[in-house]
Design a protein around this ligand. Structure first.
Ligand SMILES: [Zn+2]
Length: 338
């Protein structure tokens, strides 16, 4: 609303100076005869003088002026870097850091390209299974999230390690056998490892990611098992690239549907995803009702932020889109990605 008002103000300044007004002046001069002193012989527009005086006398106004100029500069810079596309889509540069032991763990460029294509389809709602959204959930579907992904580098390193603990993050430092992040303030780093272990050295984690409060820190980004990258050769039923779609959701501030704890029935800060007591697995049949606080609700288990198989998840909600847009907005915690 504020912007609209400012725009209207600018327009009124402009119209005070444009040629339409000259013809108005001519009309007036014709109406009033050839009175000298009322007709301009040279074009004159005092907008800048008026502004200069106003800015000098009003520090708050001057601060607003400076903020507007800064915003315009930033917008111009973003456009020139090509990171905000013409339709307003924010394009995130992606760096893959592949750490492998055997040759088969060294995921191919083709598989990484498949993964980027999956992200771009899922985040623009052009995924081939989007038409499977149940009609009851169609009004709350996100549509095009207007965030896209562009591969800018792939780094590879061989290692003798057969597993990587998520709590130690050794894959993210060259000094501990890993690969350092490529400027995490400007790039989304994805580390691909042969096995993700929990703090008890147990395997079973497909991937994990850090939320925006970790934006730009050395460990910021995603870690994904090589088995779940792209499609070709990936491990069923997690072989449609949706582990990365899900983890990017966390990276862009989306909790699980049941909230950011294992308690369940917590908020995920999106009003259009029905409250959920906990994860769903496999390929549930719709409708599926589950209870929170004594209320039974149809579950949006086909949302990317649930735990179902890759082929059973195919949508974000509109509120989730808004939350992700807030993260990459010019004033958002991941604005550096723009
Ligand atoms: Zn998750």
């Amino acid at each position: 609303m504020k912007k609209l008002f400012f725009g209207a103000l600018v327009l009124s300044f402009m119209s005070a100076c444009n040629s339409d007004n000259i013809s108005n002046q001519e009309e007036i001069s014709q109406d009033t005869g050839a009175t000298t002193g009322l007709v301009a012989s040279k074009r004159s527009c005092p907008s800048d003088l008026i502004r200069e005086k106003a800015l000098k006398n009003d520090p708050a106004l001057k601060a607003r002026y400076e903020a507007n100029e800064l915003q315009a500069e930033n917008f111009k810079r973003d456009l020139s870097m090509g990171k905000v596309l013409a339709d307003g889509t924010v394009e995130i540069p992606v760096v893959f850091n592949v750490i492998y032991n055997t040759a088969s763990q060294n995921v191919s460029d083709a598989r990484i390209a498949e993964q980027i294509a999956v992200l771009n389809a899922d985040y623009s709602a052009t995924n081939s299974d989007i038409n499977k959204i149940p009609s009851a959930f169609q009004p709350s579907a996100a549509g095009n999230v207007k965030i896209s992904f562009k591969l800018v580098a792939t780094n590879r390193k061989q290692s003798t390690k057969t597993g990587w603990r998520s709590d130690l993050e050794q894959m993210k430092k060259s000094s501990t056998g890993g690969i350092n992040a490529t400027d995490p303030t400007k790039n989304m780093n994805i580390w691909v490892v042969n096995s993700i272990l929990d703090e008890n050295n147990q395997p079973g984690t497909l991937g994990y990611a850090y939320y925006p409060e970790s934006a730009g820190l050395w460990y910021d980004g995603l870690v994904i098992g090589y088995q779940y990258i792209g499609k070709t050769g990936a491990s069923a039923p997690f072989n449609l690239g949706r582990t990365v779609t899900h983890e990017v959701g966390h990276y862009l501030n989306l909790p699980h549907l049941w909230g950011s704890s294992d308690t369940g029935c917590q908020t995920d800060y999106s009003n259009d995803t029905p409250t959920s007591p906990g994860p769903n697995y496999g390929t549930p049949s719709y409708p599926l009702n589950r209870v929170c606080g004594g209320v039974s609700r149809s579950q949006m288990f086909m949302n990317y932020m649930d735990y179902v198989d890759d082929k059973a998840m195919f949508m974000f909600s509109a509120n989730q889109k808004t939350r992700m847009q807030a993260v990459v907005a010019a004033a958002g915690p991941r604005a550096g990605l723009r």
